[in-house]
Design a protein around this ligand. Structure first.
Ligand SMILES: [Zn+2]
Ligand SMILES: [Zn+2]
Length: 440
């Protein structure tokens, strides 16, 4: 985070909703020196504060995404700290965690120090970094986890690849007991995934495309939960996509394993039916979009708390990696700028889940990494997403803050939009058309 003044402003007459803090009602949200000073009755006299007319708008605790790919170092033509963090701010996020599958990978204390320094200079929301579990993500040798933690890594992940060897995972979990830091796992059995490019089921059969079976994910979750349970270590399972996976996590939690997990907006909103379009820019990712039954199981997991949080797995790719036949295209979609709006449109408006649950899960990704949950309770650093729940917009029509265009909701009409984001006490983002309407 760049050093600077904390914001001094008031969101006049905002509808405030922070379900975890038990706050719900219309307030003047007063921010002084970058902290929530007071939730005051609307309309009071205030001096020396920028006034923002928030009547009819919602103020939520800003969101936290524990799983994004910022592509730096090595692939800055897809994304970097500046564009990626701006994309996050535009989506209402006040913090993100960057994955380590860069080029080269983030595998040493010096790598972590360099990224943290660069983020302090160039990111508009706080960015935390994970390092790889194994050197170069080769799955053979552990990184120097203790020294990497001392350099400030928030955890470890070989995301992009699973940790094939249960022996290596076990060793990593033993080190974690000494040095701390959560281990985040991309769960996939490469023997079962093979050269699959989409979910294995009737749609893959109809299209004649090689499938990735659901059990490719769930069997690895079950294995890793068993190893974590045996070592009494802590794991975070990334991007759950299948019903069997939700069941595996539910069973592990019931057995007392220290396990948390996330689901991504695209898996919660759409299914493999979309792949019939053969549009890899929007619908090719790993894990793949799965069946409607899987989607329903994820929603149930979100409701009952099996799924702790929503994570976008924001994965920018250059156009030339996507403008090729489906089988050859790169896996991954962007998601930071649309996560809230897509989930609001697809799950909240039709009454599938309620708004409070969505807001709670959008910030649920901080806890698995021992970070404080954003809250609107007075006295805390201001981390606020100001949203217009009635705003209708078409994704991409005004371009993207991200350097890449592979949004899974490109060209979709969504309802609900982030107008302004406060992150770590500072104004990190204002929608251009909104800032014009603001009385200074
Ligand atoms: Zn992954
Ligand atoms: Zn990922």
């Amino acid at each position: 985070m760049r050093p600077g003044e904390g914001a001094d402003l008031v969101l006049r007459g905002a509808t405030v909703l922070d379900p975890v803090a038990g706050i719900e009602g219309v307030h003047d949200v007063i921010v002084r020196g970058g902290r929530i000073a007071e939730l005051a009755p609307p309309g009071g006299e205030l001096d020396e504060l920028e006034e923002i007319d928030a009547e009819g708008l919602h103020a939520f605790p800003a969101f936290f995404d524990p799983h994004v790919h910022l592509r730096t170092p090595g692939h800055e033509h897809k994304e970097d700290l500046e564009t990626g963090s701006r994309s996050a701010a535009a989506g209402g996020y006040c913090g993100i965690l960057a994955m380590a599958n860069t080029d080269p990978t983030v595998s040493t204390p010096a790598d972590i120090e360099a990224l943290r320094e660069a983020a302090r200079e160039g990111a508009c929301v706080p960015v935390g970094f994970l390092a790889t579990v194994t050197r170069g993500m080769e799955g053979e040798e552990l990184t120097e986890m203790g020294a990497i933690r001392d350099a400030g890594a928030l955890g470890f992940s070989d995301d992009g690849l699973p940790i094939r060897s249960a022996r290596i995972l076990r060793r990593a979990l033993q080190y974690q007991q000494l040095c701390g830091g959560t281990i985040a796992l991309h769960e996939e059995d490469p023997e079962l995934s093979g050269d699959g490019v989409m979910h294995e089921g009737p749609v893959s059969a109809a299209l004649g495309l090689a499938g990735i079976p659901s059990i490719s994910e769930s069997t690895m979750i079950a294995r890793d939960a068993a190893v974590a349970g045996y070592e009494n270590a802590r794991i975070h399972v990334q991007h759950l996509s299948a019903a069997e996976s939700v069941e595996a996590v539910r069973a592990a939690k019931a057995a007392g394993v220290r396990i948390s997990c996330e689901a991504s907006p695209h898996h919660l909103c759409v299914t493999d039916e979309e792949v019939r379009s053969l549009d890899p820019r929007r619908f090719k990712m790993n894990p793949p979009l799965r069946s409607e039954a899987d989607r329903q199981a994820l929603i149930e997991g979100l409701r009952d708390g099996t799924i702790d949080c929503i994570a976008t797995d924001h994965a920018p790719h250059a156009a030339e990696e996507k403008e090729v036949p489906f089988e050859q295209a790169a896996m991954g979609v962007t998601g930071l700028e649309t996560a809230f709006a897509a989930l609001h449109t697809n799950l909240v408006l039709p009454g599938v889940i309620d708004l409070g649950l969505l807001i709670e899960r959008m910030a649920g990704g901080a806890a698995p990494f021992d970070l404080g949950r954003p809250t609107l309770a007075p006295g805390n650093e201001a981390n606020v997403a100001l949203c217009d729940l009635g705003a209708e917009w078409t994704v991409g029509e005004e371009g993207y803050e991200s350097r890449s265009q592979n949004s899974w909701c490109a060209d979709s009409k969504l309802t609900g939009r982030v107008l302004m984001t406060l992150a770590a006490g500072r104004v990190a983002y204002r929608l251009r058309s909104f800032s014009l309407g603001v009385a200074a």
